[in-house]
Design a protein around this ligand. Structure first.
Ligand code: GLA
Length: 373
């Protein structure tokens, strides 16, 4: 036990997605990686039936009743934590009284999944003080239910899965229909990955996100009249060329993005296995263009950041990552030119948008870590 009386420090990662955007809820494959930007939870069991919550940077103290975890849905900051514990308990696991201290190093609103990091680390911390083995996929699924059913954000499984199951130095090729996952080494050779936040204020992610989901569901229902499919990701590029005309307007565009993005994920995974960073870079670029033109989730700020990245000779590819409407881009940049790249990116973006982007230093690390303190 350390001087503050906590026994363990348990952490879970924020994530980037290399490619496969807005396809997880269509049963597609995604290629995310867990970051060294994490949410840290210090925890000790306290022998009561109360869970006390404190934060490093939020002047709040909230107490949760272990036997009534359902009632904190509208308590800001605590709802994701209460929801995770509620779902974990509902799935039949032990949830006991504890003191928990949260320190989130995943920037809020960055699109790097601070909420998944909070949910997953909360459940993992509870596992540690109740001697429950860390079943990472199961933790990810409970965390996703917390976000969907408790906090009311209708997300896919990618973020929670990456946060829980990430492996240092690897991206995971996750099939969101079957939840099978292949760890693919991220070996970028002379290139490195730069994560930049466009810092767009007030983005309306949730309502727009749910709108896109509804459009893809409509596309699926229509295509099911012609094709035997369970999800949009099962539609091949060839099938789409044949039957896509059944879809109209924006619904056609959304579905086209999903079908082509799924094909790009396969190509990207193959390129990574071959160490072909240039091919990977071109696929990132095409993914962004599709998210801009067909899925319409980029916006002026992310597009400006993307263009600023691609204008650098040392950059071989860039795209937005996550839900979009704000948040981050990832860029593949020749390591030797990284500093010059960041300087030029910052200048070009600020000249166009009027404020600065943020650039994060992050490595690809294990999703969940546990330390006795
Ligand atoms: C958010 C959601 C994920 C996924 C991405 C878009 O991060 O939480 O489930 O849908 O957007 O790829």
């Amino acid at each position: 036990m350390n001087k503050d009386g906590y026994e363990y420090e348990v952490a879970a990662s924020g994530r980037v997605n290399l490619i496969g955007e807005h396809v997880d809820y269509c049963g597609g494959k995604v290629l995310p990686a867990a970051l060294s930007l994490k949410n840290y939870v210090r925890i000790r069991a306290n022998g009561s039936d109360k869970i006390s919550l404190r934060w490093s940077d939020i002047p709040l103290a909230v107490t949760l009743d272990v036997n009534d975890l359902d009632k904190y849905r509208s308590v800001k900051y605590a709802n994701y934590i209460a929801g995770s514990l509620y779902e974990w308990k509902r799935a039949g696991h032990d949830v006991v009284g504890a003191d928990m201290y949260f320190d989130c190093k995943v920037p809020f609103g960055s699109g790097l999944s601070s909420s998944a990091a909070i949910e997953v680390s909360t459940i993992a911390a509870m596992c540690v003080v109740t001697d429950t083995p860390l079943d990472k996929p199961e933790i990810a699924l409970a965390a996703q239910r917390a976000e969907r059913e408790y906090a009311g954000v209708n997300c896919g499984i990618m973020d929670q899965y990456a946060s829980a199951c990430g492996v240092a130095g690897h991206a995971m090729l996750l099939d969101c229909a079957t939840l099978t996952c292949e760890q693919v080494p991220v070996d970028l050779g002379e290139y490195s990955l730069v994560i930049a936040n466009c810092n767009k204020p007030h983005n309306l992610v949730e309502s727009k996100y749910n709108e896109r989901r509804a459009e893809t569901e409509e596309a699926l229902r229509t295509l099911q009249t012609a094709l035997k499919i369970n999800c949009l990701a099962e539609v091949s590029v060839q099938d789409f060329a044949r039957y896509g005309s059944l879809l109209k307007g924006k619904v056609y565009d959304r579905a086209k993005h999903v079908v082509e993005e799924c094909a790009r994920v396969e190509e990207a995974a193959a390129a990574m296995k071959k160490g072909d960073v240039r091919v990977l870079g071109r696929l990132l670029e095409r993914s962004h263009a599709s998210l801009r033109d067909l899925y319409e989730v980029t916006g002026r700020e992310l597009d400006a950041l993307w263009e600023a990245a691609l204008a650098s000779p040392d950059c071989v590819g860039s795209r937005m990552t996550g839900a979009g409407f704000g948040g981050c881009t990832i860029s593949l940049v020749r390591a030797a030119g990284k500093e010059a790249f960041i300087r030029a990116l910052t200048e070009r973006y600020a000249a166009k948008i009027g404020y600065l982007p943020s650039v994060y230093e992050a490595e690809i690390e294990d999703g969940i870590t546990v330390k006795k303190i």
